[in-house]
Design a protein around this ligand. Sequence first.
Ligand code: HAM
Length: 426
Amino acid sequence: MSKVTLQPPRGTRDFFPEELRLRDWIFGHFRAVARQFGFEEIDAPVVEHEELFTRKAGEEIVDQLYHFELHGRRLALRPEITPSVARMVAARRGALKFPLRWFSLPQCWRYERMTRGRKREHYQWNMDIWGEPSVTAEAELIAAIFACFDRMGLAVDATRVRVNSRALLEETLCDSVLRGRPEAFTPLCVVIDKIDKIGADAVKDLLVEPQGAVRLDSAGADFVVDWLSLRDFDDAAKHAPNDSTAAAEVTRLFELLDAYGLSDRVIFDASIVRGLAYYTGIVFEGFDAGRSLRAICGGGRYNRLLETLGGPATPAVGFGFGDVVISELLADQGVLPDCGRELSAVVFPFGEAERAAAVRVARALRARDESVELVLGHPKLKRVLADADKSGARRLYLIGPDELARGEVLVRDLTSGEQTSEPIPD
Ligand code: HAM
């Protein structure tokens, strides 16, 4: 037999028990926060029709698809769940009660260039609100992100959410450098989202490229890049038309965040535009305060996605929050939990003669929902004690010939060393 490689494909992950315990701990917080905010859990297939994910705006995510053809069908592993959620909403639109509050924990696949915090497979907590046009929905979602940071044990000043509005930028540009060319706005967002990665000059080059979808002149490109450097909302609002609804929305969002006690933790940042084409309004990303890591989470409003799938216009807003960057941040901040194994008891029969009695003891404990390891084979007592200690068991149940004769099991408390006897159950 030829040897197979023992490593999983690059960028994918095996979860050994200790890693799966940490994953469960993270998922537990995701689920608990979603429930605190009244969201219901959904899921969708990992494999979808490829066309659900292919869009023409030049997004990285489309080039990173794991896709294949099977029996004449073009299929893809999901790089994100948002299009699947939109498909599900469209499929049941008449029967659903809006606003919908749905959350999910999909495994997502992207053929990425690997860097710190970037893998080819990750789990992504999503919370989405469908059918609510006002920024009250954005405020709830941002509050949920902070609720998660807080319950994971991160310090209040360890993270920030940065907020911008694509609608504000759209109003500003369609009134100036993109006048008469609104269709160039979406590809422009995809280009400027790269500014952190490739720098301002490279972004300008892409914005003025004669064969590109944006085709600004150089003064236009300068204006856009200057706008992205704004960190004061009033400065950004000055460039927008006087009656800007987008500016009013941002103002309202900050008022609401104040009511949640979050105004100090949320910053206006014009450089946040998001790399996905479907966003239409407020956009936001969560970062560690020192910005040593990539975005922990990101989302925004996407009011037109359902229409692009052939459904009716339906307002929607949501975010995705991966398991990879948050794990790095928890480790950097020294608050990674110690996720030990949870085992209540080890039951040890000295020999085969005592096994039936040991089985009865284990059954009785398991019936009380305790987690019980019944020792298999016949290791020495010394090894059983050492293993029980390592596995974090709280009690050891021993049955030797003397105990069996008395109809009792010896119970040793592994923390205090105290020993008692209990009757062997019938
Ligand atoms: P996204 O910004 O592409 O948005 O991903 C959201 C989060 O998922 C990122 O901030 C990051 O934590 C994590 N993530 C993404 N790609 C990777 C990767 N290759 N490795 C590790 N973690 C990753 C979306 O996917 C949107 N669909 C979110 C959304 C939901 N918008 C509205 N609703």
